[in-house]
Write a protein that binds this ligand. Structure first.
Ligand code: FES
Length: 170
């Protein structure tokens, strides 16, 4: 896990390597428009923190971007790609929106729940996998689909799910 300082003057809020990554995005926008870099900055910090965002991280980012903390909370709580609680090493987000539902996402979700012995929103006892149910991920043509960490898997079947899970366990 990458070091985060989270308190102190703006220039000391995050480690040097994190600030370097954040500033790549901040520099893309005019001075005074730092909020535009919010989403990529949240991704960077979430990745650096084992897959989730604490309130301390969000507060530090608000200071870093010179925006109100509520602006960070609004975005972090709106998008399902951001986690506000610790998650497993891997995250499986199953789309159950209309196209995926019509193509069998219910069966996919049932299969995953049975295999992992958890419900959506839960993490396996070994901390390996968090299962989520999400809205359309924009890959309707490949329905039913899921997002495993940052990779899309499409045209899912129970057999494909078994292969995916085997790959995670090995
Ligand atoms: S409905 Fe599932 S990706 Fe669009």
């Amino acid at each position: 896990m990458m070091e985060m300082l989270l308190t102190g003057p703006r220039e000391e809020l995050f480690s040097d390597s994190l600030r370097e990554k954040l500033d790549v995005w901040v520099a893309k926008y005019p001075v005074g428009q730092e909020q535009s870099a919010l989403i990529p900055c949240l991704h960077i910090l979430q990745d650096a923190n084992g897959g989730w965002l604490s309130q301390a991280i969000m507060d530090a980012l608000a200071v870093y971007l010179s925006i109100p903390a509520i602006s960070v909370y609004e975005v972090a709580t709106f998008y399902t790609m951001f986690e506000l609680e610790p998650v497993g090493k891997h995250k499986i987000s199953v789309c159950t929106n209309i196209s995926c539902m019509l193509c069998g996402s219910e069966e996919i979700m049932d299969h995953l729940q049975n295999k992992l012995n958890i419900k959506p929103g839960q993490t396996t006892d070994d901390g390996l996998i968090t299962l989520k149910e999400v809205e359309c991920l924009g890959a309707c043509v490949g329905a039913p689909m899921l997002l495993l960490d940052k990779q899309y898997h499409e045209h899912l079947t129970p057999e494909k799910i078994d292969q995916i899970l085997q790959g995670l366990a090995s």
